[in-house]
Design a protein around this ligand. Structure first.
Ligand code: GAR
Length: 217
């Protein structure tokens, strides 16, 4: 708690599946590391396991099932309408597996962030742990970025790096990177809510200074 206005800020978290990043964010809100509340969890997938966690913890949940909309524009508008009902300070994509339109991303300038399990811009999209092993990469990790309409695109804020070990498998890499994701995302969410990180155009600023390279934790 920094100024006695605990939990005055709200976060909407968008998920498509398990929701472990959402759970980590929620826990950091509960223990005070993030001075905000997860007020709304939205999923495009009615079966997303993370929805059950949110319901059990009294968080409002909404399903905006992409299969029920004629096209991407209609889905994105419904998604935005659902988000806007809660007026969140920040919208965090946490394993949300839909690429969003410019109309959508432009609606949340500096308030829409994503975490991805690779050292972006390397390995956008799915199966990043397999791609790292197939590519013989020595280093892997996760990245947090402001969201643009490109797949896993947008200005980079921060990343965490792990070494690729000789006996690594996709699963072992996934486990190690996921631990980093949970720490990194909470840290950056806190920084965004505090106004430390901002985005103007294609540039990220840290405390009003241009961030030339993503912060590494
Ligand atoms: C996480 O590894 C997240 O970085 C990734 O999906 C996983 C979701 O896990 N996101 C992407 O690949 C986005 N392109 P979770 O549901 O347990 O948080």
């Amino acid at each position: 708690m920094k100024d006695g206005k605990r939990n005055s800020k709200c976060i909407s978290v968008l998920i498509s599946g398990r929701g472990s990043n959402m759970q980590a964010i929620h826990q950091r809100c509960l223990d005070g590391a993030i001075d905000a509340t997860v007020s709304h969890v939205i999923s495009n997938n009615p079966q997303a396991a993370g929805l059950r966690y949110a319901e059990q913890h009294g968080i409002t949940t909404t399903v905006v099932d992409h299969r029920k909309y004629d096209d991407k524009t209609a889905f994105d508008r419904a998604l935005a309408d659902s988000i806007d009902e809660h007026q969140p300070s920040l919208v965090a994509l946490a394993g949300f597996m839909r690429v969003l339109s410019a109309e959508f991303t432009d609606r949340y300038p500096g308030r829409l962030i994503n975490i991805h399990p690779s050292l972006l811009p390397r390995h956008r999209g799915l199966n990043t742990h397999r791609k790292v092993l197939a590519g013989g990469d020595r280093w892997h990790g996760c990245s947090v970025h402001f969201v643009s309409p490109a797949l896993d695109g947008g200005p980079l804020i921060a990343r965490s790096i792990v070494p690729v070990l000789p006996d690594d498998t996709p699963d072992s890499l996934s486990d190690r990177v996921l631990q980093k994701e949970h720490m990194l995302y909470s840290k950056i969410i806190s920084g965004c809510l505090d106004g430390d990180y901002s985005c103007r155009g294609h540039s990220v600023f840290y405390r009003d200074m241009p961030l030339r390279y993503p912060h590494t934790f």
